[in-house]
Design a protein around this ligand. Structure first.
Ligand code: EPZ
Length: 419
Protein backbone atom coordinates (compact mmCIF):
# COMPACT_ATOMS: atom_id res chain seq x y z
CA UNK A 1 0.00 0.00 0.00
CA UNK A 2 1.53 3.34 -1.02
CA UNK A 3 1.92 6.19 1.44
CA UNK A 4 2.95 9.86 1.54
CA UNK A 5 6.43 10.69 2.86
CA UNK A 6 6.32 14.29 4.09
CA UNK A 7 9.25 16.35 5.37
CA UNK A 8 7.66 19.14 7.39
CA UNK A 9 8.77 22.68 8.12
CA UNK A 10 8.95 24.03 4.56
CA UNK A 11 6.85 27.14 3.81
CA UNK A 12 4.27 26.88 1.00
CA UNK A 13 4.37 29.57 -1.66
CA UNK A 14 2.81 30.01 -5.09
CA UNK A 15 -0.52 29.72 -6.91
CA UNK A 16 -2.90 26.78 -7.25
CA UNK A 17 -6.08 26.23 -9.28
CA UNK A 18 -8.71 24.44 -7.16
CA UNK A 19 -10.44 21.45 -8.77
CA UNK A 20 -14.18 21.08 -9.22
CA UNK A 21 -16.31 20.34 -6.18
CA UNK A 22 -16.85 16.68 -5.25
CA UNK A 23 -20.04 17.36 -3.30
CA UNK A 24 -21.49 19.35 -6.17
CA UNK A 25 -20.56 17.11 -9.10
CA UNK A 26 -21.98 13.93 -7.52
CA UNK A 27 -25.64 15.12 -7.45
CA UNK A 28 -25.14 16.86 -10.82
CA UNK A 29 -24.02 13.57 -12.39
CA UNK A 30 -27.11 11.89 -10.92
CA UNK A 31 -29.23 14.72 -12.38
CA UNK A 32 -28.00 13.81 -15.88
CA UNK A 33 -30.35 10.78 -15.62
CA UNK A 34 -33.37 13.11 -15.73
CA UNK A 35 -33.23 13.60 -19.51
CA UNK A 36 -32.30 11.47 -22.53
CA UNK A 37 -29.40 12.86 -24.55
CA UNK A 38 -25.90 14.16 -23.88
CA UNK A 39 -25.06 16.44 -20.96
CA UNK A 40 -21.57 17.97 -20.75
CA UNK A 41 -20.06 18.60 -17.31
CA UNK A 42 -16.94 20.79 -17.15
CA UNK A 43 -14.50 21.13 -14.23
CA UNK A 44 -15.37 17.58 -13.17
CA UNK A 45 -12.65 16.50 -10.71
CA UNK A 46 -10.80 13.18 -11.20
CA UNK A 47 -11.64 11.55 -7.85
CA UNK A 48 -12.43 7.96 -6.88
CA UNK A 49 -15.94 8.99 -5.71
CA UNK A 50 -16.54 10.47 -9.19
CA UNK A 51 -15.21 7.33 -10.89
CA UNK A 52 -17.56 5.23 -8.75
CA UNK A 53 -20.48 7.46 -9.80
CA UNK A 54 -19.56 7.16 -13.47
CA UNK A 55 -19.43 3.37 -13.06
CA UNK A 56 -22.96 3.41 -11.65
CA UNK A 57 -24.19 5.54 -14.57
CA UNK A 58 -22.63 3.06 -17.03
CA UNK A 59 -24.15 0.10 -15.18
CA UNK A 60 -27.58 1.76 -15.47
CA UNK A 61 -27.11 1.94 -19.26
CA UNK A 62 -25.68 5.44 -19.77
CA UNK A 63 -22.55 6.38 -21.69
CA UNK A 64 -20.05 8.23 -19.52
CA UNK A 65 -16.85 9.46 -21.15
CA UNK A 66 -14.15 11.66 -19.65
CA UNK A 67 -12.03 14.03 -21.75
CA UNK A 68 -9.68 15.68 -19.26
CA UNK A 69 -11.79 17.60 -16.74
CA UNK A 70 -14.88 17.36 -18.95
CA UNK A 71 -17.29 14.44 -18.66
CA UNK A 72 -19.98 13.67 -21.26
CA UNK A 73 -22.98 11.70 -20.01
CA UNK A 74 -25.52 10.26 -22.48
CA UNK A 75 -28.60 9.01 -20.59
CA UNK A 76 -30.58 8.09 -23.71
CA UNK A 77 -30.21 4.35 -23.17
CA UNK A 78 -30.91 4.37 -19.44
CA UNK A 79 -32.39 0.90 -18.99
CA UNK A 80 -31.82 -0.24 -15.43
CA UNK A 81 -32.90 1.20 -12.10
CA UNK A 82 -31.05 -1.15 -9.73
CA UNK A 83 -27.72 -0.34 -8.05
CA UNK A 84 -25.86 -3.39 -6.71
CA UNK A 85 -25.01 -3.49 -3.02
CA UNK A 86 -21.24 -3.58 -3.71
CA UNK A 87 -21.45 -0.21 -5.48
CA UNK A 88 -23.63 1.26 -2.76
CA UNK A 89 -21.09 0.19 -0.15
CA UNK A 90 -18.28 1.65 -2.24
CA UNK A 91 -19.89 5.07 -2.03
CA UNK A 92 -22.71 5.79 0.40
CA UNK A 93 -23.69 9.00 -1.33
CA UNK A 94 -25.03 6.85 -4.20
CA UNK A 95 -28.35 7.27 -2.41
CA UNK A 96 -28.58 10.47 -4.47
CA UNK A 97 -29.58 8.31 -7.47
CA UNK A 98 -32.89 7.50 -5.75
CA UNK A 99 -34.65 10.74 -6.62
CA UNK A 100 -33.37 10.90 -10.19
CA UNK A 101 -34.30 7.27 -10.99
CA UNK A 102 -37.79 7.71 -9.54
CA UNK A 103 -38.29 10.86 -11.61
CA UNK A 104 -37.07 9.37 -14.90
CA UNK A 105 -38.10 5.69 -14.67
CA UNK A 106 -40.58 5.59 -11.80
CA UNK A 107 -38.59 2.83 -10.08
CA UNK A 108 -35.33 2.46 -8.15
CA UNK A 109 -33.74 -0.48 -6.35
CA UNK A 110 -30.79 0.18 -4.13
CA UNK A 111 -29.45 -0.67 -0.71
CA UNK A 112 -29.14 1.18 2.55
CA UNK A 113 -25.83 3.02 2.27
CA UNK A 114 -24.77 1.70 5.65
CA UNK A 115 -22.68 3.53 8.21
CA UNK A 116 -19.34 5.01 7.34
CA UNK A 117 -16.31 6.26 9.22
CA UNK A 118 -18.32 9.27 10.46
CA UNK A 119 -20.87 7.14 12.26
CA UNK A 120 -24.43 6.14 11.28
CA UNK A 121 -25.64 7.77 8.07
CA UNK A 122 -29.46 7.49 8.25
CA UNK A 123 -31.62 8.26 5.21
CA UNK A 124 -34.99 8.47 6.98
CA UNK A 125 -35.50 12.06 5.79
CA UNK A 126 -34.88 11.00 2.17
CA UNK A 127 -37.39 8.13 2.38
CA UNK A 128 -40.14 10.00 4.21
CA UNK A 129 -39.90 12.88 1.72
CA UNK A 130 -40.13 10.59 -1.31
CA UNK A 131 -43.13 8.81 0.23
CA UNK A 132 -44.77 12.23 0.64
CA UNK A 133 -44.28 12.78 -3.10
CA UNK A 134 -46.12 9.51 -3.78
CA UNK A 135 -43.39 6.89 -3.86
CA UNK A 136 -43.96 3.41 -2.43
CA UNK A 137 -40.78 2.20 -0.74
CA UNK A 138 -40.38 -1.35 0.54
CA UNK A 139 -37.46 -2.03 2.85
CA UNK A 140 -36.28 -5.60 3.32
CA UNK A 141 -32.92 -6.92 4.54
CA UNK A 142 -31.23 -3.63 3.77
CA UNK A 143 -32.66 -3.41 0.25
CA UNK A 144 -34.87 -0.51 -0.84
CA UNK A 145 -37.45 -1.16 -3.59
CA UNK A 146 -38.99 2.12 -4.66
CA UNK A 147 -41.64 2.83 -7.26
CA UNK A 148 -44.28 5.37 -8.15
CA UNK A 149 -47.42 4.68 -6.13
CA UNK A 150 -50.78 3.90 -7.72
CA UNK A 151 -51.63 7.62 -7.66
CA UNK A 152 -48.31 8.46 -9.32
CA UNK A 153 -45.94 11.16 -8.08
CA UNK A 154 -47.20 14.68 -7.35
CA UNK A 155 -45.78 17.87 -5.92
CA UNK A 156 -46.20 18.38 -2.17
CA UNK A 157 -44.85 20.53 0.67
CA UNK A 158 -42.02 18.79 2.51
CA UNK A 159 -40.68 20.03 5.84
CA UNK A 160 -37.20 18.81 6.75
CA UNK A 161 -36.49 18.48 10.47
CA UNK A 162 -32.74 18.65 9.69
CA UNK A 163 -31.34 20.71 6.78
CA UNK A 164 -29.92 17.54 5.24
CA UNK A 165 -27.81 18.21 2.14
CA UNK A 166 -28.45 14.82 0.56
CA UNK A 167 -32.16 14.78 1.38
CA UNK A 168 -32.58 18.29 -0.09
CA UNK A 169 -30.82 17.17 -3.28
CA UNK A 170 -32.82 13.93 -3.56
CA UNK A 171 -36.08 15.84 -3.19
CA UNK A 172 -35.04 18.42 -5.81
CA UNK A 173 -34.28 15.61 -8.28
CA UNK A 174 -37.44 13.60 -7.56
CA UNK A 175 -39.58 16.75 -7.68
CA UNK A 176 -38.53 17.33 -11.30
CA UNK A 177 -40.60 14.24 -12.10
CA UNK A 178 -43.59 15.25 -9.98
CA UNK A 179 -46.40 17.19 -11.73
CA UNK A 180 -47.26 20.26 -9.64
CA UNK A 181 -45.25 22.28 -7.16
CA UNK A 182 -42.98 20.76 -4.53
CA UNK A 183 -41.77 23.07 -1.79
CA UNK A 184 -38.95 22.13 0.55
CA UNK A 185 -39.18 23.91 3.90
CA UNK A 186 -36.03 23.77 6.05
CA UNK A 187 -33.84 22.97 3.03
CA UNK A 188 -30.05 22.81 3.25
CA UNK A 189 -28.48 26.07 2.00
CA UNK A 190 -25.01 24.81 0.98
CA UNK A 191 -23.45 26.31 -2.19
CA UNK A 192 -23.54 22.82 -3.73
CA UNK A 193 -27.37 23.01 -3.62
CA UNK A 194 -27.23 26.26 -5.63
CA UNK A 195 -24.88 24.63 -8.15
CA UNK A 196 -27.35 21.74 -8.57
CA UNK A 197 -30.23 24.23 -9.06
CA UNK A 198 -28.21 26.01 -11.75
CA UNK A 199 -27.70 22.74 -13.63
CA UNK A 200 -31.36 21.74 -13.29
CA UNK A 201 -32.41 25.17 -14.61
CA UNK A 202 -30.08 24.66 -17.58
CA UNK A 203 -31.97 21.37 -18.17
CA UNK A 204 -35.21 23.35 -18.29
CA UNK A 205 -36.42 22.75 -14.73
CA UNK A 206 -38.55 25.39 -13.01
CA UNK A 207 -36.77 25.67 -9.66
CA UNK A 208 -36.13 28.52 -7.24
CA UNK A 209 -34.84 29.20 -3.77
CA UNK A 210 -31.63 27.16 -3.58
CA UNK A 211 -29.30 28.81 -1.07
CA UNK A 212 -32.28 29.67 1.15
CA UNK A 213 -34.29 27.43 3.52
CA UNK A 214 -37.22 27.38 1.06
CA UNK A 215 -36.91 25.72 -2.37
CA UNK A 216 -39.77 25.36 -4.88
CA UNK A 217 -39.85 23.05 -7.92
CA UNK A 218 -42.61 22.97 -10.52
CA UNK A 219 -42.14 19.48 -11.95
CA UNK A 220 -43.61 17.16 -14.56
CA UNK A 221 -42.44 18.85 -17.77
CA UNK A 222 -39.80 16.95 -19.80
CA UNK A 223 -36.23 18.14 -19.33
CA UNK A 224 -33.37 18.28 -21.84
CA UNK A 225 -29.63 17.66 -21.46
CA UNK A 226 -27.43 20.65 -20.62
CA UNK A 227 -23.85 21.87 -20.31
CA UNK A 228 -22.50 23.07 -16.97
CA UNK A 229 -19.29 24.05 -15.22
CA UNK A 230 -19.05 22.69 -11.68
CA UNK A 231 -18.18 25.16 -8.89
CA UNK A 232 -14.77 25.02 -7.24
CA UNK A 233 -14.33 22.75 -4.23
CA UNK A 234 -14.57 24.96 -1.13
CA UNK A 235 -13.44 22.15 1.19
CA UNK A 236 -10.39 21.32 -0.91
CA UNK A 237 -9.60 25.05 -0.84
CA UNK A 238 -10.01 25.11 2.95
CA UNK A 239 -7.60 22.19 3.15
CA UNK A 240 -4.86 23.92 1.17
CA UNK A 241 -5.39 27.15 3.13
CA UNK A 242 -4.96 25.25 6.41
CA UNK A 243 -1.80 23.70 4.97
CA UNK A 244 -0.32 27.15 4.26
CA UNK A 245 -1.45 28.34 7.69
CA UNK A 246 0.27 25.38 9.35
CA UNK A 247 3.51 25.42 7.34
CA UNK A 248 3.76 29.18 6.85
CA UNK A 249 4.21 30.98 3.52
CA UNK A 250 1.85 32.64 1.06
CA UNK A 251 -0.38 31.09 -1.60
CA UNK A 252 -3.11 32.17 -3.99
CA UNK A 253 -5.94 29.73 -4.72
CA UNK A 254 -7.96 30.34 -7.88
CA UNK A 255 -11.21 28.81 -9.12
CA UNK A 256 -13.03 29.05 -5.79
CA UNK A 257 -15.58 31.65 -4.63
CA UNK A 258 -14.47 33.22 -1.32
CA UNK A 259 -18.08 33.73 -0.23
CA UNK A 260 -18.43 29.92 0.00
CA UNK A 261 -15.62 29.91 2.58
CA UNK A 262 -16.55 32.82 4.84
CA UNK A 263 -16.63 30.89 8.12
CA UNK A 264 -13.29 29.18 7.45
CA UNK A 265 -11.55 32.41 6.37
CA UNK A 266 -12.77 34.16 9.53
CA UNK A 267 -11.19 31.45 11.71
CA UNK A 268 -7.87 31.58 9.83
CA UNK A 269 -7.73 35.38 10.11
CA UNK A 270 -8.50 35.20 13.83
CA UNK A 271 -5.65 32.68 14.17
CA UNK A 272 -3.26 35.28 12.73
CA UNK A 273 -3.28 34.68 8.96
CA UNK A 274 -3.53 37.49 6.42
CA UNK A 275 -6.33 36.83 3.92
CA UNK A 276 -7.15 38.69 0.69
CA UNK A 277 -10.01 37.73 -1.61
CA UNK A 278 -11.08 38.39 -5.19
CA UNK A 279 -14.13 37.26 -7.18
CA UNK A 280 -12.81 33.73 -7.70
CA UNK A 281 -9.65 33.61 -5.62
CA UNK A 282 -8.29 33.63 -2.09
CA UNK A 283 -4.77 34.54 -0.99
CA UNK A 284 -3.53 33.53 2.46
CA UNK A 285 -0.22 34.37 4.13
CA UNK A 286 1.11 33.31 7.52
CA UNK A 287 4.51 33.85 9.07
CA UNK A 288 4.16 33.12 12.77
CA UNK A 289 2.63 30.47 15.03
CA UNK A 290 -1.17 30.23 14.80
CA UNK A 291 -3.10 31.59 17.78
CA UNK A 292 -5.99 29.92 19.60
CA UNK A 293 -9.40 31.23 18.46
CA UNK A 294 -13.00 31.45 19.62
CA UNK A 295 -14.90 28.12 19.78
CA UNK A 296 -15.39 26.42 16.40
CA UNK A 297 -18.88 24.91 16.28
CA UNK A 298 -19.72 22.98 13.11
CA UNK A 299 -23.14 23.80 11.69
CA UNK A 300 -25.19 23.67 8.49
CA UNK A 301 -24.22 26.32 5.93
CA UNK A 302 -23.48 29.22 6.33
CA UNK A 303 -22.06 27.96 9.62
CA UNK A 304 -18.60 26.45 9.97
CA UNK A 305 -18.52 23.37 7.66
CA UNK A 306 -18.05 19.99 9.37
CA UNK A 307 -15.86 18.93 6.42
CA UNK A 308 -13.26 21.58 7.37
CA UNK A 309 -13.18 20.73 11.10
CA UNK A 310 -10.35 18.22 10.93
CA UNK A 311 -8.03 20.29 8.73
CA UNK A 312 -8.44 23.43 10.86
CA UNK A 313 -7.86 21.38 14.03
CA UNK A 314 -4.67 19.96 12.51
CA UNK A 315 -3.35 23.45 11.78
CA UNK A 316 -4.20 24.84 15.24
CA UNK A 317 -2.81 21.79 17.08
CA UNK A 318 0.70 22.89 16.06
CA UNK A 319 0.11 26.52 16.98
CA UNK A 320 -0.01 28.30 20.33
CA UNK A 321 -3.08 28.88 22.51
CA UNK A 322 -6.23 26.79 22.96
CA UNK A 323 -9.31 26.34 20.78
CA UNK A 324 -12.54 24.50 21.60
CA UNK A 325 -14.15 22.53 18.76
CA UNK A 326 -17.73 21.24 18.89
CA UNK A 327 -18.74 18.75 16.16
CA UNK A 328 -22.52 19.07 15.84
CA UNK A 329 -23.17 17.33 12.53
CA UNK A 330 -21.72 13.81 12.75
CA UNK A 331 -21.37 11.46 15.71
CA UNK A 332 -17.88 10.21 15.01
CA UNK A 333 -15.74 12.83 13.36
CA UNK A 334 -12.72 12.95 15.67
CA UNK A 335 -10.98 9.83 14.36
CA UNK A 336 -8.00 11.97 13.30
CA UNK A 337 -7.37 13.01 16.93
CA UNK A 338 -5.52 9.86 17.97
CA UNK A 339 -3.26 10.23 14.93
CA UNK A 340 -2.58 13.89 15.74
CA UNK A 341 -1.70 12.86 19.31
CA UNK A 342 1.02 10.60 17.85
CA UNK A 343 2.55 13.85 16.54
CA UNK A 344 2.50 15.38 20.03
CA UNK A 345 -0.86 17.14 19.79
CA UNK A 346 -2.64 17.95 23.07
CA UNK A 347 -6.34 17.33 22.39
CA UNK A 348 -8.92 16.40 25.03
CA UNK A 349 -12.27 14.99 23.87
CA UNK A 350 -15.54 15.04 25.83
CA UNK A 351 -18.52 13.92 23.75
CA UNK A 352 -18.94 16.32 20.83
CA UNK A 353 -16.35 18.73 22.25
CA UNK A 354 -12.59 18.67 21.62
CA UNK A 355 -10.25 21.08 23.41
CA UNK A 356 -7.10 21.65 21.33
CA UNK A 357 -4.13 23.15 23.20
CA UNK A 358 -1.49 24.27 20.72
CA UNK A 359 1.92 22.76 21.54
CA UNK A 360 3.97 25.19 19.43
CA UNK A 361 5.25 22.55 17.03
CA UNK A 362 4.16 19.00 16.23
CA UNK A 363 6.74 16.31 15.38
CA UNK A 364 6.61 13.85 12.49
CA UNK A 365 5.19 10.33 12.97
CA UNK A 366 3.87 7.28 11.13
CA UNK A 367 0.16 8.00 10.53
CA UNK A 368 -2.90 6.20 9.11
CA UNK A 369 -5.71 8.13 7.39
CA UNK A 370 -8.96 7.30 9.26
CA UNK A 371 -11.30 8.83 6.65
CA UNK A 372 -11.35 11.40 3.84
CA UNK A 373 -11.06 14.68 5.75
CA UNK A 374 -9.14 13.10 8.64
CA UNK A 375 -6.52 11.91 6.18
CA UNK A 376 -6.22 15.39 4.69
CA UNK A 377 -5.84 16.75 8.23
CA UNK A 378 -2.84 14.48 8.83
CA UNK A 379 -1.19 15.88 5.69
CA UNK A 380 -1.84 19.43 6.93
CA UNK A 381 -0.31 18.59 10.32
CA UNK A 382 2.72 16.91 8.71
CA UNK A 383 3.40 19.96 6.53
CA UNK A 384 3.80 22.12 9.65
CA UNK A 385 5.52 19.50 11.80
CA UNK A 386 9.22 19.12 12.57
CA UNK A 387 10.75 16.11 10.86
CA UNK A 388 9.36 13.40 8.62
CA UNK A 389 5.86 11.86 8.62
CA UNK A 390 4.35 8.97 6.71
CA UNK A 391 0.62 9.04 5.89
CA UNK A 392 -0.90 5.73 4.74
CA UNK A 393 -4.40 4.51 3.73
CA UNK A 394 -4.37 7.01 0.87
CA UNK A 395 -7.55 5.51 -0.63
CA UNK A 396 -9.54 7.71 1.73
CA UNK A 397 -7.79 10.87 0.51
CA UNK A 398 -8.20 9.96 -3.16
CA UNK A 399 -12.00 10.05 -2.69
CA UNK A 400 -11.97 13.84 -2.42
CA UNK A 401 -8.62 15.34 -3.44
CA UNK A 402 -7.25 15.37 -6.99
CA UNK A 403 -3.42 15.37 -7.14
CA UNK A 404 -3.01 16.44 -3.50
CA UNK A 405 0.71 15.59 -3.35
CA UNK A 406 1.48 17.05 -6.79
CA UNK A 407 -0.32 20.29 -5.91
CA UNK A 408 1.49 20.61 -2.58
CA UNK A 409 4.86 19.95 -4.27
CA UNK A 410 4.04 22.78 -6.70
CA UNK A 411 3.71 25.02 -3.64
CA UNK A 412 7.11 23.91 -2.33
CA UNK A 413 6.18 21.06 0.00
CA UNK A 414 8.48 18.06 0.39
CA UNK A 415 5.87 15.33 -0.17
CA UNK A 416 6.23 12.16 -2.23
CA UNK A 417 4.06 9.10 -2.74
CA UNK A 418 6.13 5.96 -2.09
CA UNK A 419 5.03 2.41 -2.86
C1 EPZ B 1 -23.19 15.80 2.65
O1 EPZ B 1 -23.41 14.55 3.26
C2 EPZ B 1 -21.73 15.79 2.21
N1 EPZ B 1 -21.52 14.70 1.25
C3 EPZ B 1 -20.82 15.59 3.41
O2 EPZ B 1 -19.47 15.65 2.96
C4 EPZ B 1 -21.07 16.73 4.40
O3 EPZ B 1 -20.27 16.53 5.54
C5 EPZ B 1 -22.55 16.76 4.78
O4 EPZ B 1 -23.37 16.87 3.58
C6 EPZ B 1 -22.88 17.94 5.69
O5 EPZ B 1 -22.54 19.13 5.06
C7 EPZ B 1 -21.91 14.87 -0.04
O6 EPZ B 1 -22.43 15.90 -0.42
C8 EPZ B 1 -21.63 13.72 -0.97
P1 EPZ B 1 -26.48 15.43 5.62
P2 EPZ B 1 -24.93 14.09 3.65
O7 EPZ B 1 -27.61 14.63 5.08
O8 EPZ B 1 -25.86 14.60 2.63
C9 EPZ B 1 -28.40 13.50 9.51
C10 EPZ B 1 -17.24 14.93 2.76
O9 EPZ B 1 -16.32 14.80 3.58
N2 EPZ B 1 -29.39 12.88 8.62
O10 EPZ B 1 -26.49 16.91 5.44
O11 EPZ B 1 -24.89 12.64 3.92
C11 EPZ B 1 -27.00 12.93 9.33
O12 EPZ B 1 -26.84 11.75 10.09
C12 EPZ B 1 -18.64 14.47 3.11
O13 EPZ B 1 -17.12 15.43 1.61
C13 EPZ B 1 -30.46 12.19 9.17
O14 EPZ B 1 -30.58 12.07 10.39
O15 EPZ B 1 -25.11 14.88 5.02
C14 EPZ B 1 -26.11 14.04 9.81
O16 EPZ B 1 -26.03 13.99 11.22
C15 EPZ B 1 -18.73 13.86 4.50
N3 EPZ B 1 -31.37 11.61 8.33
C16 EPZ B 1 -26.90 15.31 9.42
O17 EPZ B 1 -28.24 14.88 9.15
C17 EPZ B 1 -31.28 11.71 6.97
O18 EPZ B 1 -32.15 11.18 6.26
C18 EPZ B 1 -26.37 16.01 8.17
O19 EPZ B 1 -26.29 15.03 7.16
C19 EPZ B 1 -30.17 12.41 6.43
C20 EPZ B 1 -29.25 13.00 7.26
Amino acid sequence: MSYYEIQGGRPLCGALAIHGCKNSVLPILAACLLAPGQSVIHNCPDLSDVSATLDILRLLGCRADREGNTVVIDASALGRSDIPERLMREMRSSVIFLGALLARLGTAELFYPGGCELGPRPIDLHLSALRTLGAEILEEQGALCCRRGREGLSGREICLSIPSVGATENIMLAACGCPGVTTIVGAAQEPEIVDLQNFLRAMGAEIDGAGTPAIAVRGGAPLHPAEHRVMGDRIAAATYLCGVAAAGGEAELTGVAPDTLTAVLACLEEAGCTVHTGRDRVTLANAGPLRGIRPVRTAPYPGFPTDAQAVLMAALAGGEGATLFVENIFDSRYRHVDELRRMGADIQIAGRAAMVSGVGMLHGAGLRSPDLRGGAALVVAALGAEGASQVSELRHIRRGYQDLDKNLRALGADIRELP
